[in-house]
Ligand binder design. Structure first.
Ligand code: NAD
Ligand code: UDP
Length: 347
């Protein structure tokens, strides 16, 4: 069985579908602070399988101990965390407290129960302001905001675990996959599960979808004077279903005969950069909808371009993104148009 913390959220719910379809039982622990129980009901309907769910906080060690005592857990995928960059600048303590304490309590319970296979949700944000592209996993790391710093601190903390195994001659050493996501977008092709942001979206794709459906008047394109193909920011957008499959590959590798040695980082992206205007135009053309936009000032803290070298994930995990830009924009629109209020209206 796989314990999925934060499994009711955007990436977690898609990963539950892929895990179940690959034959795993899943147990979700989520405090529903940024998600709804409905996402998991839909995962159950999509897969025809039950998802064991516990509503609770990962910072609660007592809950974790009960879960490990009462379930046969082979590996953990740790999604639970807060992820809004702007909010993290306003409330850094809240971000450090939630994201770091969740991880500390989790790895303590894992160690106590001798379950030492972990997949951690990291982010391309740990590369800071990239000096060279594409980004490989061994490039220098830095943080430009408290959210990114929480990921960086957690990565560093996790790297100490196998070092301790060596010193203590552990016969069951830690195996940890740090998955550095680039820009997750899209939704399950059924239109049943997708991203359900609270309030005004910070990220590009949900803002485009909400503009297309008329919830927002106009998309602000942050900066038209970057040194990129058309002056707008370039990112490596990755379809959430491809990303979810990357987690299954990581789990399979952790649980394989070969295993995974210590802590290893993997970029999960497509390896291709897409500009904001390319994304807007693909959304309009593929979905036959209008997306009014205007070029506005650059957003503070944004980098011009960011995209991954994905060869390590391909070689080591046997994973490669398969879905392209058309799938990303069509699936985002299917989710948005069928669920205009997200999970708040049962569709
Ligand atoms: P999400 O907010 O949809 O999912 C996170 C889930 O964790 C939510 O269901 C939330 O209720 C839960 N949660 C938060 N704190 C918790 C706690 N203390 N105890 C129990 N549950 C808790 O976000 P997502 O987009 O699915 O992201 C999942 C992970 O991936 C996060 O760690 C995020 O930082 C990371 N990540 C996301 C992106 C992205 O663009 N979406 C990019 C890189 C990394
Ligand atoms: N962006 C934009 N308008 C928006 C949101 C984002 O122009 O309303 C741009 C942003 O400047 C960046 C890209 O879209 O170039 C992706 O931004 P997002 O916030 O989705 O992800 P980030 O890479 O910043 O984490």
């Amino acid at each position: 069985m796989i314990l999925v913390t934060g499994g009711a959220g955007y990436i977690g719910s898609h990963t539950c579908v892929e895990l179940i379809e690959s034959g795993y039982d899943v147990l979700v622990l989520d405090n529903l602070s940024n998600s709804s129980r409905e996402s998991l009901h839909r995962v159950e309907r999509l897969t025809g399988h039950k998802v064991s769910f516990v509503e609770g906080d990962v910072r609660n060690g007592d809950i974790l101990n009960v879960l490990f005592d009462t379930h046969d857990i082979d590996a953990v995928i740790h999604f639970a965390g807060l992820k809004a960059v702007g909010e993290s600048c306003e409330c850094p303590i809240f971000y450090y407290e939630n994201n770091i304490e969740c991880t500390l309590k989790l790895v303590q319970a894992m160690q106590d129960h001798n379950v030492k296979n972990l997949v951690f949700s990291s982010s391309a944000t740990v590369y800071g302001d990239p000096q060279k592209l594409p980004l490989t996993e061994d490039m220098p790391l830095s943080a430009t905001n408290p959210y990114g710093r929480s990921k960086l601190i957690i990565e560093e903390m996790l790297r100490d675990l196998p070092r301790a195994d060596e010193l203590t001659h552990s016969d069951n050493p830690w195996s940890v996959a740090l998955l550095r996501y680039f820009n997750p977008v899209g939704a399950h092709k059924s239109g049943q599960i997708g991203e359900d942001p609270n309030g005004i979206p910070n990220n590009l794709m949900p803002f485009i979808s909400q503009t297309a459906i008329g919830k927002r008047d106009c998309l602000s394109v942050f900066g038209g004077d970057y040194n990129t193909c058309d002056g707008t920011g370039v990112r490596d957008y990755i379809h959430v279903v491809d990303l979810a499959k990357g987690h299954v590959k990581a789990v399979q590798r952790l649980l394989s005969e070969q295993g995974l040695d210590g802590v290893q980082a993997f970029n999960l992206g497509t390896g291709h950069g897409i500009s904001v205007l390319e994304m807007v135009n693909a959304f309009k053309d593929c979905n036959h909808v209008d997306v009014p936009y205007q070029i506005s000032d650059r957003r503070p803290g944004d980098v011009a371009a960011c995209y991954a070298d994905v060869s390590r994930a391909q070689t080591e995990l046997g994973w490669k993104a398969e879905l392209g830009l058309a799938d990303m924009v069509k699936d985002s629109w299917r989710w948005q148009s069928r669920n205009p209020e997200g999970y708040r209206v049962i569709g």
